[in-house]
Design a protein around this ligand. Structure first.
Ligand code: GLU
Length: 440
């Protein structure tokens, strides 16, 4: 049974990088008919905020990435305590008392001597009496997991065969001096208890994976399959980190990006599969294969989302957008016609607004000087509304006969005068939507 999880910390809004992680885990579970868990990593009570939890849920629902189960780390502290006891009993967890400044100094010394800045394990040599003294002086210590100094190996679903020498990594801190369980321990306990089979996350977690594999084994758990996706960069390969604020999912939603456009791009970007618009998540899941993704940084250009959004909108029947069409004030009896005409001429749904305004109130006519008399004459030949499917053809015939103009010289000035724009829907379809006779 495939079980995956998306495990955001509720310390901010989800952005495009988080979406990649959420989506890959979701698609793996969906394709296998398995379970997708939303896990809120909220052991940091100070930085975790309820409003971010709500926002994460809202953003995922907007995208249609519904979870089968919700878990919160803050409700599982007793489990983490029990796991810590187990590791202590096995001699794998030891108390340390160095202050951040002392640790910093040690690191600098090691670097100066050309050595990797790995924690020197001096706390392992402390006697019980020395620990009592330090505890009395400095308060409770923090707790580190004692790594086995072996080579930790795994086959990564994206990066292939990986191995990390445990001796090149500091023993990870699992519990802070103030008693707070750190992500590493909590995450491992959860992955074991929730029977997670596949973990997909960003490549910044590769080193964590090595240490987590040892902790999972120490706790008697089964090691899941891991896959680490590459870093997302801007279109020129530039770091996205500073811009992630404006690439939050809510920001993209506010700019009119449609969920299926976003999902279609992100489910394929960075893989050997082409980006194609899909109109359902199941279709995306079907063609999804984590092994098709590459290790190289993935270039993301938010502009790519807009043509996909436009194509998606073009594919929609009125029923999918009826509420939005109504919200722009389009009367129900015109809605079908209106949507059929405008959906080909918008990028985001909000672009409907200006079109409806043109049809309802008339446009500010766009008329070149040399066309002014021609347009005035043409408008005289147009009757009052209501107009129908035959109006354009009969009007154009009358104008042609009266003025002798043909082709582009006939159509273009009329389009510009009626719609105020140089491009737009077929004029034969525009005219029946006009609620007022156009005037100069
Ligand atoms: N809360 C962690 C993060 O956001 C989860 C990482 C993981 O998937 O294990 O980085």
């Amino acid at each position: 049974m495939t079980t995956t999880r998306f495990a955001p910390s509720p310390t901010g809004y989800l952005h495009i990088g988080n979406l990649r992680t959420a989506l890959f885990n979701f698609l793996i579970a969906r394709k296998a008919g398995g379970t997708f868990i939303l896990r809120i990593d909220d052991t940091d009570a100070e930085r975790s905020k309820p409003e971010y939890v709500a926002a994460i849920e809202e953003d995922l629902r907007w995208l249609g990435l519904e979870w089968d189960r919700l878990e919160r780390q803050s409700t599982r502290l007793a489990r983490y305590e029990a796991a810590a006891d187990e590791l202590r009993a096995a001699g794998r967890l030891y108390e340390c008392f160095e202050t951040p400044t002392e640790l910093d100094l040690k690191r600098k010394k090691q670097l100066n001597m050309g050595r990797p800045p790995v924690y020197d394990r001096s706390a392992l040599a402390l006697s019980a009496a020395e620990k009592d003294r330090l505890r009395a002086e400095r308060g409770p210590g923090h707790w580190r997991f004692k790594l086995d100094h072996e080579r930790i190996e795994w086959t990564d679903g994206i990066l292939g065969e990986l191995s990390i020498d445990a001796a090149s990594v500091s023993d990870p801190v699992l519990i802070r001096g103030d008693g707070q369980f750190l992500y590493t321990l909590a995450s491992v306990c959860d992955d074991i208890d929730h029977a997670i089979t596949d973990v997909v996350r960003g490549s910044d977690h590769v080193t964590n994976t090595a240490t987590q594999i040892q902790i999972i084994r120490a706790l008697g758990g089964t090691v899941p399959r891991f896959a680490h996706h590459s870093l997302l960069t801007g279109p020129q390969g530039e770091a996205l980190s500073k811009r992630l604020g404006t690439l939050s999912l809510r920001d993209l939603r506010a700019r009119g990006v449609e969920p299926m456009a976003l999902l279609s791009l992100m489910a394929r970007l960075g893989s050997s599969d082409p980006v194609e618009l899909r109109t359902s998540i199941d279709e995306l899941a079907e063609g999804f294969d984590i092994s098709h993704f590459g290790a190289a940084p993935t270039r993301f250009d938010e502009q790519d989302l807009f043509p996909l959004t436009a194509s998606y909108l073009q594919s929609l029947p009125l029923s999918a957008v009826a509420d939005r069409v109504r919200a722009f004030g389009v009367p129900d009896e015109l809605a079908e016609r209106f949507w059929k005409v405008v959906r080909e001429n918008i990028t985001v749904l909000d672009d409907m607004g200006p079109w409806w305004q043109i049809f309802r109130d008339g446009a500010e006519p766009l008329v070149d000087d040399q066309d002014r008399d021609f347009v005035a004459q043409a408008f005289e030949l147009l009757p009052d509304p209501p107009y129908d499917d035959t109006t354009w053809a009969s009007w154009i015939a009358a104008v042609k006969e009266k003025t002798g103009r043909k082709g582009r010289a006939l159509f273009m000035p009329l389009r510009k005068a009626v719609t105020g724009r140089e491009r737009g829907p077929d004029m034969a379809e525009v005219i029946p939507l006009l609620q007022k006779k156009p005037t100069l």
